[in-house]
Design a protein around this ligand. Structure first.
Ligand SMILES: *Cc1c(COP(=O)(O)O)cnc(C)c1O
Ligand SMILES: [Zn+2]
Length: 417
């Protein structure tokens, strides 16, 4: 295992890997996990990672991850990641784009990118011999933790707002998790979960708290890198790839940035992507700080139909802001109407996205409209979760189907024939 230690993202203090840490004891800053770059560089040939016969999951990058092999062969845990990258020619033609890709995280075992993080957390849990893992969640993190815990036969407890979409709650319950609905929002569920974990000695996965979640999410960056190496994503002319990702707590975007930083440190990254964060207008704490040019993030009273990115106070805001600033990207805010349009537009080319996932595409469309990006720029949109997660939202995005009597006459009337 090439896990060297932790480094605080705020004060820079370093800690030994033998300690079990969450936030920095000094400033409550999020901790980055530091990898033993020297050893990785000496022992691994990046060409080896590109070989065809590696496992089709994010465990193909095990030497770059801070956990030992978690086992779980023959279970969904081994199918996390290695998600498809589509070029969607019809969408490209319609919008006259030169180089466009969409990476669909809806194909993960529990249908969202959160499986990357939760699989890493259960791997760590197994390593330190804990039996119960717990998280607060708007829905997807909990479903992913419940599914990954079930794969390894660990117990999972999830605190979710009582307004969470029914499909996400159904997933958690089907996976056998203990689900506790909180009369309150996600931020309140998060606070309760932290307190419960401390009282009861449960291992807490909370986003922006457990340092291993970003390590799972960084594998999406490795896969994008590998897609470029293999030529699936073709970059030419030296124009940097622009990656669009939706942002709630800011942990996915931070993890993505960490993945590219790990590759840079190893000397393996030969293209520098720009990372664009997309928030819902009703939940835009980080985008507001970005627009105001300040480091300090102020909480908002979040309200958006994109439940997965509905957060008052982002738990990983500092790193999320940095991911954009350090790569030359930008923050974009989109309205719920634009998110609904994005669901419909992606659906028409065969991609089914939940609201928070479609938000990234909506942000890209907005960036095109305001000239933040041009139609010739290479773009990759990360679609973070599948459409079956939130049917009620999809129903608002598309017209409903007509009901007719089972007769040809009725059909002809309907078709105006
Ligand atoms: C969690 C989630 C996000 C946002 O990730 P953060 O780390 O909270 O910024 C976006 N889309 C989907 C589908 C999610 O589940
Ligand atoms: Zn610190």
């Amino acid at each position: 295992m090439n896990f060297a230690g932790y480094r605080c993202s705020v004060c820079g203090r370093e800690y030994e890997h033998s300690e079990e840490l969450f936030l920095c004891p000094k400033e409550r800053g999020c901790l980055d996990i530091v990898m033993d770059t020297e050893t990785i560089r000496k022992t691994i040939d990046p060409q080896q990672l590109k070989q065809q016969d590696l496992e089709p999951s994010h465990w193909r990058y095990l030497p770059l991850l801070p956990v030992n092999d978690p086992g779980g062969q023959g279970t969904p845990l081994r199918r996390v990641g290695w998600t498809p990258v589509y070029s969607l020619p019809a969408l490209r033609n319609k919008r006259k784009l030169r180089a466009f890709w969409l990476k669909d995280e809806g194909t993960n075992p529990t249908a969202s990118l959160k499986d990357r993080a939760s699989s890493m957390v259960v791997a760590r849990a197994r390593e330190i011999s804990v039996q119960t893992v717990v998280t607060a969640s708007t829905g997807n993190a909990g479903a992913a933790l419940a599914g990954m815990a079930a794969a390894l036969q660990l117990r999972a407890v999830v605190f979710a707002p009582s307004s969470a979409p029914p499909a996400k709650l159904a997933q958690m319950l089907a996976f056998g998790a203990r689900v506790i609905l909180v009369e309150g929002n996600y931020d309140q569920a998060t606070a309760l979960c932290l307190e419960a974990a401390e009282h009861l000695g449960w291992y807490c996965r909370n986003t922006g708290y457990n340092p291993f979640t970003a390590e799972g999410k960084k594998t999406a960056a490795f896969e994008i890198w590998e897609a470029v190496q293999r030529g699936y994503v073709e970059l030419s002319g030296g124009v940097p790839l622009a990656i669009f990702v939706s942002v709630g707590d800011g942990n996915i975007i931070s993890g993505l940035h960490k993945g590219f930083r790990d590759l840079t440190e190893l000397g393996w990254l030969d293209f520098q992507p720009r990372i664009f964060g997309v928030q819902a207008e009703g939940s835009a704490a980080i985008a507001r700080a970005y627009q105001a040019g300040v480091e300090q993030i102020q909480p908002v009273r979040a309200a958006t139909l994109a439940d997965s990115i509905c957060v008052d106070m982002p738990a990983d805001g500092v790193r999320a802001l940095r991911a954009v600033k350090e790569t030359g990207g930008a923050y974009i805010a989109v309205g719920d109407e634009q998110i609904l349009q994005a669901i419909a537009e992606l659906g028409q080319v065969g991609v089914f996205a939940e609201p928070a996932a479609a938000a990234a595409y909506a942000g890209f469309v907005r960036a095109l409209d305001i000239g933040e990006i041009g139609p010739e720029d290479p773009v990759l949109v990360l679609s973070t979760g599948g459409g079956l997660k939130d049917i009620a939202a999809v129903q608002r995005a598309v017209p409903s189907a007509p009901v007719i009597e089972p007769t040809v006459q009725a059909l002809k009337r309907l078709l105006k024939l």
